[in-house]
Design a protein around this ligand. Structure first.
Ligand SMILES: [Mn+2]
Length: 431
């Protein structure tokens, strides 16, 4: 029996001081929404059922290509990471699953890991493979690619690694594999574009053949980095072509940071929904490129417009619509636990706001070509302060009304700082 990492009595004590305010604010918001013919209890039930996965690598301090500045109590292995994820879920109740990365999260006993997760009330989301860096002792290097490498032995090694990720995922109860490759080129002429894509399809076909019938495979595209001239799965078009060639179990994952500047991401989302090829999301935010900043920290309205498409698809009952939601961020200057609690709340908040869009009125405005009325309907939903609703949902679930304040009051970081001695060294690199 594993006890939860934060004392439930502390949460109860902290909540008791705020409970009356939450009740009053929630009642007031309920009255406001009722005037818009919105039932606050219906929204609260949908928000309570919403979850976004935590990436295991997100609970460690991130870094840039220049340096990494580790914090106290960094997780040392996957069990430490799971404990940090349990803190995030206990306080926020918005993150019921963890997404693992192999080989970073390899361990000797996956049934023990699964049992530990269950004790925390956590499950496992998509598995993530790594063929963008070399591991000690591997026979072939990924310096010039993995699934698309010109050398057949290197491709076979990358395929075998992805199949190993599926096997580990099966032991943990996961049902999806996310494949992102750093393959590409740094010089014009370095790579034969069409042949590299064909090799990608040949390799990924072998991975798809190893997928259990109830699994999905998520293809994650990225415009650049680590290859800076071209990447093999560069954009949603390449991703869609591959997913279409690979069959119904394969879909396209949208990482918000993996697009060219000013790309209309919500339009891509709509296209993928229409084609029944939307796998899900890696939520984060950015100012310049793949910055991996906290979700909604720079462009909350863009995040809202993405959720507007998702809520519209669910509202219209689009067949097969079942996106997976995950955060994918690099926390360089904050306590990763605080960033992840706050980002999960931001995603939850944005979902709630998108649920407030008056769909019938929007349909009518679109039909009548009333552009101003249509855009104001979106703004009205986005500008609604749903904080009392989020607080009420957490209060009812036994989570913290103010999760960051309760986390700071718990002393958790200092506790794990003492229990997890800092490791020496630590080079640069994006985590
Ligand atoms: Mn990603």
């Amino acid at each position: 029996m594993t006890s939860l990492p934060i004392d439930p009595q502390l949460i109860a004590d902290q909540n008791a001081r705020l409970e009356r305010h939450v009740r009053n604010d929630y009642e007031h918001l309920g009255e406001q929404l009722a005037r818009r013919d919105v039932d606050i209890e219906r929204i609260a039930a949908q928000v309570a059922a919403f979850g976004v996965a935590i990436p295991s690598w997100g609970v460690g301090t991130g870094g840039t290509r220049f340096a990494r500045f580790p914090g106290a109590g960094e997780p040392r292995d996957v069990f430490d990471k799971l404990q940090d994820c349990a803190v995030i879920h206990q306080l926020g109740r918005a993150t019921p699953t963890v997404s693992l990365h192999i080989p970073w999260d390899k361990c000797s006993d996956y049934s023990e890991l699964r049992g530990q997760a269950q004790a925390y009330g956590l499950g496992f989301d998509a598995m993530n493979s790594n063929t963008f860096s070399d591991q000690a002792g591997q026979p072939h290097s990924y310096k010039f690619g993995s699934l698309t490498h010109t050398d057949a032995g290197t491709r076979a090694q990358a395929v075998a690694h992805n199949i190993e990720c599926i096997e580990i995922g099966k032991a943990l109860g996961s049902q999806a594999l996310t494949v992102w490759v750093g393959d590409g080129s740094n010089f014009p002429g370095q790579q034969h574009f069409r042949r590299a894509f064909d090799r990608y399809l040949d390799s990924t076909r072998q991975i798809v053949a190893a997928l259990p019938a109830d699994w999905r495979m998520f293809l994650e595209h990225k415009i650049c980095e680590p290859a800076f001239y071209s990447t093999v799965i560069q954009d949603w078009g390449s991703s869609y072509l591959a997913a279409t060639a690979l069959g119904p179990q394969v879909q396209c994952l949208v990482d918000l940071g993996h697009h060219a500047p000013n790309v209309n991401i919500e339009l891509i989302v709509a296209r993928l929904i229409a084609a029944n090829k939307l796998a899900g999301f890696h939520f984060n935010d950015s100012k310049y490129g793949d910055d991996d900043l906290d979700a909604g920290s720079v462009s909350p309205y863009r995040l809202f417009l993405v959720f507007n498409e998702l809520v519209a698809a669910a509202h219209e009952g689009v067949a097969g619509f079942n996106p997976a939601y995950m955060l994918d961020q690099s926390h360089n200057v904050t306590d990763p636990i605080e960033s992840l609690i706050d980002s999960a709340e931001q995603v939850q908040r944005t979902y709630a706001q998108a649920l407030l869009v008056d769909r019938a009125a929007l349909d009518a405005a679109q039909q009548a070509n009333d552009a101003l009325a249509a855009t104001k309907l979106l703004k009205r939903a986005f500008q609604t302060d749903v904080q009392p609703l989020l607080q009420q949902v957490r209060l009812r679930a036994g989570a913290a009304v103010d999760p960051i304040a309760t986390y700071r009051a718990s002393g958790y970081r200092a506790r794990v700082g003492a229990a997890r001695p800092a490791r020496a060294g630590g080079g640069g690199g994006i985590v």
